[in-house]
Design a protein around this ligand. Structure first.
Ligand code: IPD
Length: 256
């Protein structure tokens, strides 16, 4: 299996090159507030499907940019790649770093492999279920620091205006409990940052499977607890709220 993970990493690295070389991509709008897709998202998605198919020919695909973004019964059987060609599309459009490539491989509906690649900083996070999380081949573990001594990060659930008040009420409650809060613009990256100890908590009230599938596995393998805001396990079959806390934080703080 190490070989498959390595091969997926190589594909992610090549996809990262496409991201770095893109200039002035055409921007299309999808439904929801400021929900964009660029021609580079589509180009990278096509590249990933092409190249990942030869690594695992029997796998089905769930991708953000194919207009068929619904998890089906078929995807919960055998292998299924869940891909976000550019997580952080708005960052990408405005040249606000980072944006990442996120690739998860599910096996019978459960997370099996995860790769998140940030080509701007050449940071490749990888994980295999039960075998730990790695950054550029070196093992990583989440922070043991308490919340009061940690940075935290959140996502604004930008496409769901009905969640805005609840999001910012939670941030207001979180702020005095930690050192400070951040908003990166990519959910997959946020979870990798909790995984490697840069911060100790990430939450967002609604994200899609392709935003969390790889990052959540990487964070879990780095000793984090990853659940929805009620503390229930993630479904890995569709959109969810999400809270990812490092090993130093014993329970989800009372902010929701
Ligand atoms: C988005 C990013 C963002 C998060 C949104 C996601 P996209 O993904 O991960 O940080 O707040 O909820 O949808 O649209 O850039 O792939």
């Amino acid at each position: 299996m190490d070989k498959i993970l390595e091969d997926i990493g190589l594909v992610a690295r090549k996809a990262g090159k496409i991201m770095l070389e893109a200039s002035n991509p055409k921007v299309m709008e999808k439904s929801g507030h400021a929900n964009f897709c660029t021609e580079t998202d589509e180009k990278i998605q096509a590249f990933l499907i092409d190249n990942l198919s030869s690594i695992c020919p029997e796998a089905s695909f769930l991708g953000e940019e194919d207009g068929q973004d619904v998890f089906t019964a078929k995807m919960s059987r055998g292998f299924c790649f869940v891909i976000d060609p550019i997580d952080g599309t708005s960052n990408f459009i405005f040249a606000y770093r980072p944006s990442v490539i996120s690739i998860a491989l599910l096996k019978d509906g459960r997370p099996y492999l995860g790769v998140v690649y940030n080509p701007f900083d050449e940071m490749m996070f990888t994980a295999q279920s039960g075998k730990g999380a790695y950054l550029n081949g070196e093992p990583v573990m989440s922070s043991k620091a308490p919340l009061s001594e940690s940075l935290t990060v959140f996502g604004t659930a930008p496409y769901y205006e009905e969640l805005r008040d609840q999001t910012f009420d939670a941030v207001k409650k979180l702020m005095p409990l930690c050192v400070d809060v951040r908003r990166s613009g990519t959910a997959a990256w946020d979870m990798c940052c909790v995984a490697c100890g840069r911060c100790s908590l990430y939450f967002e009230l609604k994200i899609q499977l392709w935003d969390y599938a790889a990052g959540a596995l990487i964070a879990s393998e780095a000793g984090c607890s990853v659940a929805d805001i009620e503390g229930k396990p993630l479904s890995y079959s569709g959109a969810s709220s999400i809270v990812c806390i490092s090993q130093g934080i014993r329970q989800i703080p009372d902010i929701f």
